[in-house]
Design a protein around this ligand. Structure first.
Ligand SMILES: Cc1cc2nc3c(=O)[nH]c(=O)nc-3n(C[C@H](O)[C@H](O)[C@H](O)COP(=O)(O)OP(=O)(O)OC[C@H]3O[C@@H](n4cnc5c(N)ncnc54)[C@H](O)[C@@H]3O)c2cc1C
Length: 517
């Protein structure tokens, strides 16, 4: 088995992983940066609405909005870090250094927009392709750094710890310590070990464990499942945020309709064209996401209709095409012309507020294992995330974690061991079984652990998933490892963890809503 040695192994090249790699390399560390696919295969690339650039953090308004969206549950220390340190992170890296092409007013100043739950216009954007504009600029800089080795199509399989993988028996009794991961390189069926002083989970969200999701296809909570298997502390996994407005068409793919459309005046209406959010929340269509998603769910249940609509009549007919060119084109591809038609929408799984517990410098409960970005949970979002905070969180968590790692590594007396070799079984996995099992996980989660949960539904989900996990585990043990198999194994594990967390919490809060049925 090939062994690669490095200072930092970063699992995930979305905004969190790429920004960490940049910061770490600038601090003189060698980095192996791996991802399932290219830069586009990341939620970061798919972000539409924008990133918060609050030039008046002292006002306290952003703190209030985050706390209100979270229903008072967010961690004040994490909120303070984001609000106070965020503006410099955006200005220094994105605006000054990389000159990301954010939209500007005719006078050359940045154009600010607004999204649900925000009391002010404080979000900057690049049309409705903000994530792509940011990540492609960061990825370009990453590609120019000699200290960063970028591997696309490389799948992390399992984390290496002294307790589980070191040759020396005595190491089993040391504190839980991570020293890298087994990784399946692109186009290979033989895993390698990447042995690292610091391992960083930046593997994104878990929306794809649900049947309807806004997330990129690989987002099944790889990091959460890997961390769980080595005994890391996980937290808040029941708080899965459902985005209220995803395009609905009978045979059309689901894609996100950015909240910024409502920020610019679009109104949620039912099939009769009647607004229904005014009676639910004082911010009507711009209420926090959990409230809007549940109101849509309720409206659909009452009317029996498969969707609700976004009415854009308040905008000039030319405005949607100019301001939201990507949404305009994608809707048009599916027969909806948003310069005159309302957009059919439904909610879909969008963001994991919980994840691998991490402090404000990315440390998890396992030594030398960090978690940043959507995989991590510092408590910033509490039970429900405020729109457009997550790209900013990627930047700040990457910066503070890389800085701490650079300090740490300088006086780290940690001799990296050789891991025990990987043992490969011979059987080939049957792709039909893999696809079918993934479907089962996604449908179970959507039907029994989705927007509205009940003890009975969660019990049913748990039973189905436990049986599926048993089946998948034995399949995994017998077959030669592939990316699809790793995904399935992690998906069922993550799904069970979400169901378990939801079952343990009888209290409705934020994105976790339980009925007594
Ligand atoms: C459609 C959409 C729109 C959004 N709009 C906004 C917005 O406007 N503003 C905002 O702030 N937030 C938005 N969000 C949320 C935000 O984009 C994400 O929370 C954030 O980008 C997550 O970044 P990340 O780096 O943590 O993960 P990601 O960007 O998802 O990156 C995850 C990386 O991990 C890799 N990976 C995963 N598992 C493995 C493995 N086993 N081995 C190797 N690599 C692995 C993936 O290949 C990928 O490179 C949006 C999300 C979606 C889905």
């Amino acid at each position: 088995m090939e062994i690669i040695r490095t200072d930092c192994l970063v699992i995930g090249a979305g905004l969190a992983g790429a920004a960490y790699a940049l910061n770490a390399a600038q601090a003189g560390l060698d980095v192996q940066l791996i991802s399932l696919g290219g830069s586009n295969d990341a939620n970061s690339d798919w972000a539409q609405g924008g990133i918060i650039y609050d030039t008046d953090p002292g006002s306290g308004l952003l703190v209030n909005d985050i706390m209100e969206a979270s229903d008072g549950t967010a961690n004040p220390a994490a909120v303070a870090q984001l609000v106070n340190e965020g503006p410099a992170a955006v200005r220094e890296l994105l605006i000054d250094e990389l000159q990301v092409p954010f939209d500007r007013n005719p006078d050359g100043g940045l154009e600010f927009t607004r999204e649900g739950g925000h009391s002010a216009r404080r979000i900057i954007h690049a049309k409705d392709l903000t994530g792509h504009a940011i990540l492609s600029s960061v990825a370009k800089r990453v590609a120019s750094m000699a200290r960063i080795t970028r591997q696309e199509g490389a799948v992390a399989i399992d984390l290496l710890t002294l307790s589980h993988n070191a040759e020396n028996a005595g190491d089993r009794y040391a504190p839980l310590t991570c020293f890298g991961a087994f990784v399946l390189p692109a186009g290979s069926s033989e895993p390698v070990a990447i042995v690292a002083r610091k391992t960083v989970l930046a593997s994104g969200g878990l929306g794809q464990v649900f049947q309807h999701s806004t997330n990129f296809p690989g987002a099944v909570g790889h990091g959460v499942a890997m961390a769980y298997r080595v005994g890391a502390r996980l937290i808040d996994l029941e708080y899965v945020q459902f985005h209220p407005t995803v395009f609905y068409g009978k045979n059309a793919p689901r894609f996100l309709i950015t909240e910024a459309i409502r920020g610019e005046g679009a109104v949620l209406v039912n099939v009769q064209g009647k607004p229904f959010m005014d009676r639910v929340h004082r911010r009507a269509s711009l209420a926090p996401r959990d409230i809007v998603s549940r109101a849509i769910h309720e409206e659909m249940a009452t009317s029996g209709e498969p969707c609700v609509y976004l009415d854009l009549n308040a905008m000039d007919s030319d405005f949607p095409r100019k301001r939201f060119p990507s949404v305009y084109q994608r809707c048009l591809d599916h027969g909806v012309d948003i310069s005159r038609d309302s957009i059919p929408v439904v909610p879909a799984a969008h963001y994991s507020c919980g994840g691998v517990h991490a402090d404000l410098e990315g440390r998890t409960s396992i030594l030398h294992l960090n978690a940043i970005g959507e995989t991590a949970c510092t408590g910033l979002h509490g039970a429900n995330r405020l729109a457009s905070t997550s790209l900013l969180e990627c930047l700040t968590s990457a910066k503070f974690t890389a800085e701490a790692d650079a300090r740490d590594i300088a006086d780290l007396d940690f001799k990296l061991p050789d891991p025990r070799p990987w043992e490969s079984p011979r059987e080939e996995a049957d792709p039909t079984l893999v696809a079918q099992d993934l479907n089962l996980v996604q449908q179970t989660m959507w039907n029994y652990a989705g927007i509205v949960r009940s003890p009975r539904r969660l019990t049913r989900a748990r039973r189905i998933l436990l049986e599926a996990r048993e089946e998948i585990q034995s399949f995994y043990r017998d077959c030669r490892v592939t990316g699809e198999l790793v995904e399935l194994r992690n998906a069922v594990q993550t799904a069970l963890l979400v169901v378990h967390a939801a079952s343990l919490n009888p209290r409705s809060k934020g994105a976790h809503y339980v009925i007594d049925e």
